[in-house]
Design a protein around this ligand. Sequence first.
Ligand code: NAD
Ligand code: DAU
Length: 365
Amino acid sequence: MEYKRNILITGGAGFIGSHVVRLFVDKYPEYRVINLDKLTYAGNLANLKDIEEKENYTFVKADICDFDKMMALFEEYAIDGVIHLAAESHVDRSIKDPFTFAKTNVIGTLSLLQAAKLSWDGKFEGKRFYHISTDEVYGALKFDGSFFVETTKYNPHSPYSASKASSDHFVRAFHDTYGLPTIVTNCSNNYGPYQFPEKLIPLFINNIRHNKPLPVYGKGENVRDWLYVEDHARAIDIIFHQGNIAETYNIGGFNEWKNIDLIKVIIKTVDRLLGNEEGTSEGLITYVTDRAGHDLRYAIDSTKLKTELGWEPSLQFEEGIEKTVRWYLDNQEWLDNVTSGAYQEYYDKMYGNKPEGDERIAGIG
Ligand code: NAD
Ligand code: DAU
């Protein structure tokens, strides 16, 4: 079948990527969606079980750092659009192992950019290279009601945010130097189904379920701006199709929560849905040593996206957190497979092929 577009989505087996892949495969049967993922510890094909048989969906296991492979893929699938989500994404891991973050997030992004530039060879009409980034590149805000806007100066503090900042700069440099049609978006904290349970919300839901301690970094006073993952995927769809080349758009929920207050909402919701008496799991809260370089506050101003492209979050936080907690409690098998490492065998079952190397770290750190 001749497809109208051939879109390469990198990191599609991860948390946000799987929602983006699902949205594109379902909404655009006229597009071929190629999901390219290395299947690191964070990649899980079970996240896409419901769409893996769809005709317009193709999975390719590959490392974005493998430049020859990227060139071959652009040619084989006549890629005309890229939505780049593949990355090492967890701040705590970046503190322990910054090299892996530089390799994947910086060199991997550069390898994709170069493959797009050489494959498209100046014929940029209708092409698009859309890079997904984070609000963490802007650094940290004080408790003064200020927001990150698209022109806020970059000031990353963690190895993760430094690597994402570097990749953002490379993307913009490829537009300015070679005319590559790029777009960058910087989004706030996502939450929802299929998030790896090393991140705050799924980790805490899972720990409450197992009556395990809830490690609160520092005093729990840091603030994050939370956005339901499907709202992010919807923004990505709109921006991919209608965003202006060379622009940056901030994506966020105008939904700031102090960690400790958010944690109390999670505890209350899990306890209620498990039928526990209110407050049962509050005793699990355990204050631990703060994360090194822990950014105090993030808050995104997404007015530009609303004004120019009409996007705004659709879900109220109360509704989003209820849906999320319910999903993890209803999908305990998914959680158990991830925490036991069993999910890593899914690829073998699906594709009858053992992945090479030991790059897939079992379980959670
Ligand atoms: P994730 O860790 O859940 O998924 C990352 C995916 O990338 C995994 O499937 C992994 O296997 C794949 N991957 C890693 N290294 C790769 C490589 N070398 N080659 C090919 N694939 C590789 O991450 P996520 O939370 O879904 O984040 C996706 C993107 O969105 C990242 O770029 C992240 O920086 C950005 N982002 C995340 C958030 C958030 O709150 N999670 C917010 C803003 C931006
Ligand atoms: O802001 C966007 C970023 O959000 C993304 O770019 C990252 O990929 C994503 O991981 C997320 O980064 P955070 O560091 O904000 O997310 P995390 O879930 O790790 O932590 C959220 C807050 O909770 C943060 O202030 C640290 C704190 N925390 C986290 C964990 C895992 C704890 O107090 N205890 C914990 O055990």
